[in-house]
Write a protein that binds this ligand. Structure first.
Ligand code: ATP
Length: 205
């Protein structure tokens, strides 16, 4: 199965773009959705991850009902960088495993792996092609501020923690320019969809 990784910084338009690929019948594996579900207590993986967190940080890391206390953990890793490192080492292999399982289950002609941190977390290793949704920093900031309940310095802090535009573009096989109107995306997605269908056929040969 051909795997196309889609990435871009905060507010670049990844979801807008992957929705257009989904409209063409392409399945989307979303690394963000998987990352949020890693502590889902109804799954075996979630139980394992919750037990590991409780063993590491004590019962204060869990709520009375056994779910993860996300607010406590967020605050704790904010002030304890080594705890953040430990948490990444726990969750990243679990996230990777779930991604691989979902990619293997996909049945569309090719599959998209959408991940804001595709480059930073080396998920590019799982992809045949990397598609970067590119936007200049002015549009990126404006769109994020319009969409989210955040202020400019919070957006800047998130942008600073992500790969730079240059680093992301260096990893790209294809680029979608999202500096224009949303309507300008449709043509770009259709052209790439045709390309990926051809590459998927060539890979299957
Ligand atoms: P994040 O990683 O932060 O979740 P994202 O990369 O998935 O963001 P989107 O949610 O698709 O980005 O887009 C960010 C915001 O910008 C959304 O509100 C979306 O509707 C809007 N947007 C996307 N593309 C355009 C465009 N070309 N013109 C104007 N607004 C746009």
């Amino acid at each position: 199965m051909l795997v196309v990784g889609v990435t871009g910084g905060i507010g670049s338009g990844k979801t807008t773009v992957t929705d257009l690929f989904a409209a063409q019948g392409i399945e989307i594996v979303d690394a963000d959705v998987i990352a949020r579900s890693i502590f889902d207590s109804t799954s075996a993986t979630g139980q394992q991850a919750l037990a590991a967190v409780a063993a590491k940080f004590g019962p204060q890391a869990l709520l009375a009902d056994g779910e993860l206390d996300r607010a406590w953990l967020r605050q704790h890793i904010f002030t304890h960088p080594e705890a953040k490192q430990w948490l990444n080492e726990l969750t990243h292999p679990l996230i990777r495993q779930q991604i691989l399982e979902q990619l293997a289950q996909a049945s569309s002609p090719y599959v998209i792996l959408s991940a804001p941190l595709l480059v930073e977390n080396r998920l590019t290793q799982l992809c045949d092609r990397v598609l970067v949704v590119d936007v200049d920093e002015h549009h990126q900031r404006q769109r994020t501020l319009t969409r989210d309940q955040v202020n400019a310095s919070q957006v800047d802090a998130i942008m600073a923690a992500q790969a730079s535009r240059t680093e992301r573009l260096a990893a790209a096989d294809n680029v979608i320019d999202n500096n224009g109107e949303p309507a300008a995306l449709t043509k770009q997605v259709e052209r790439l969809h045709e390309l990926y269908l051809r590459l998927a056929l060539a890979k299957a040969d």
